[in-house]
Design a protein around this ligand. Structure first.
Ligand code: FUL
Length: 476
């Protein structure tokens, strides 16, 4: 990533000007506020306007922080990860299916959205589509009268969760796949059903896998038409894919966003789902501080080795330690976590996974249980230009985790920060340091040390700074 900031004197000047800003303290958190509009701020507007900012739907998506992904379909019954489209619908019969259990597990885990594989690459549709016979309507489940998309969306709402749908572009069952215009029509018809029959959909998920059709023909997707259809039918939904347009894939399936992770990207680098290359992965992982489009990264990872349920993986459910590490490298790096928890053949989230999610919730609650507040923050400008905030704790305390956050409604500006602690002897030692902050930056303090004073220095910004929230959590 180039250090573009050396050539940005205007930004630095604004930064200096801003140091006259007022400080507000709310709910024990500390926020640095830019000055009210006035002569000093008058130079800033054209810069601020030029930088990308999120839409309300993107802000809502990010505030969820955590969503559950549900891979379920014929693969659940064949024990495969990718079906070939020749599966007999008769195998789909989840005898004890309880979608409310999925939603309850998700809510209790702290997730705020459920995303279901309405159709995976095998083409089997979990709703009774009019576009194909390869669906739940041809299965013995509920004598062919079931609609799993309906059940899932209804259960999500009942438990206060938002609902999203994944409809795989790659379809190994559709006879017209690879006959590009005809398949595009079919795919649009499927999306139209999904986006008009089930109420508000929060997220539409497009993966990047696409192979050839049975006739060896490669499908050319009409992405502008596909994205346009979603926007028209569900204007408040965000669309996820490698290329967004609203939310981008983070570039791996291991649960790790890049560090730094900017929510802005250069849209010329990743233009369509399914393309590969080092520059593309770098862009997905890190975004770009100079990016002209707001396209935050979503981190999708499975709680098990596979995306679909396999009994042989029951003992391989990720540990709480592994999940916590993922939390810090996704939510804690300005991303959103989409954790896959695949239901089993009974149609239930298996005990091992449900139990692990409960433990994960308990561990997170403990980590963020004791917020150190109030702390008396005082901000000042220092040469550089830099901005420095100092706080005194009521009594010496050991900070375990720091949560920083920018007001992303106004974009993402912080490019370098440092948190230091003074144990009482007047010597500052670095507790945490990083580049971007964005919606949420989590830092674990290691090694732990009791401190009585704290100093946060913002060393660099890419634009006029907006409120930065500092939250300190005591080590358990
Ligand atoms: C990929 C698919 O090929 C996997 O099966 C899984 O659905 C993953 C989330 O996306 O593109």
């Amino acid at each position: 990533m180039t250090d573009h900031r050396d050539g940005a004197p205007l930004t630095r000047r604004q930064f200096t000007l801003l140091t006259g800003g007022a400080l507000v303290t709310a709910r024990g958190a500390s926020a640095l506020m830019p000055p009210a509009a006035g002569p000093a701020g008058a130079a800033a507007p054209h810069v601020v306007r030029d930088r990308p900012r999120p839409t309300p739907a993107q802000v809502a998506w990010q505030r969820d922080e955590f969503a559950l992904f549900l891979h379920f379909g014929v693969n659940t019954f064949t024990d495969r990860e990718w079906g070939d489209g020749r599966e007999d619908p008769a195998i789909f019969n989840p005898a004890a299916l309880d979608v409310r259990q999925w939603a309850r597990v998700a809510r209790d885990a702290g997730a705020r959205c459920l995303i279901l594989t309405a159709k995976h690459h095998d083409g089997f549709c979990l709703w009774p589509t009019r576009t194909s016979r390869h669906s739940v309507a041809s299965s013995p489940w509920k004598s062919g009268r079931g609609d799993l998309v309906r059940e899932c969306v209804d259960a999500a709402r009942e438990f206060g969760l938002r609902a999203g749908l994944y409809c795989s572009p790659w379809d190994r069952n559709a006879p017209v796949y690879g006959d590009s215009p005809r398949y595009n029509d079919l795919y649009i018809a499927q999306l139209t059903e999904l986006l008009t029959q089930y109420g508000d959909i929060a997220e539409v998920w497009f993966d990047g896998a696409n192979g050839e059709g049975p006739n060896g023909r490669k499908q050319v997707y009409d992405w502008p038409r596909i994205w346009g259809t979603v926007r028209r039918l569900q204007p408040n939904a965000v669309m996820f894919s490698d290329a967004g347009p609203d939310v981008r894939w983070i570039g791996n399936e291991t649960g790790s966003a890049g560090d730094p992770n900017w929510s802005t990207v250069n849209p010329a680098i990743v233009t369509a789902p399914g393309v590969d290359g080092p520059e593309i992965i770098r862009s997905l992982q890190h975004g770009d501080p100079d990016g002209t489009v707001w396209r935050p990264g979503e981190t999708d990872v499975s709680i098990r080795p596979g995306w679909f349920y396999h009994a042989a993986e029951d003992a391989k459910v990720k540990s709480v330690v592994a999940l916590m590490s993922i939390w810090f490298s996704s939510v804690g790096r300005n991303s959103k976590l989409l954790l896959n928890v695949p239901p089993n053949r009974d149609g239930l989230i298996a005990d091992a996974d449900a139990q692990r999610l409960r433990e994960f919730r308990v561990a997170r609650d403990a980590m963020f249980a004791r917020e150190l507040s109030p702390v008396d923050w005082r901000w000042r400008a220092t040469p550089g230009p830099r901005l420095e905030g100092m706080a005194t704790l009521a009594a010496p305390a050991t900070v375990g985790v720091v949560r920083l956050g920018e007001s992303i409604e106004q974009g993402q500006q912080v490019a370098r920060y440092r948190l230091e602690g003074d144990s009482g002897n007047g010597e500052w030692r670095t507790l945490a340091a990083g580049q971007t902050i964005g919606y949420c930056k989590l830092d674990r303090i290691d090694p732990l040390v009791a401190v009585s004073r704290l100093r946060l220095t913002i060393d660099d910004i890419v634009d006029q700074i907006s409120p930065v929230t500092v939250r300190l959590f005591a080590a358990p």
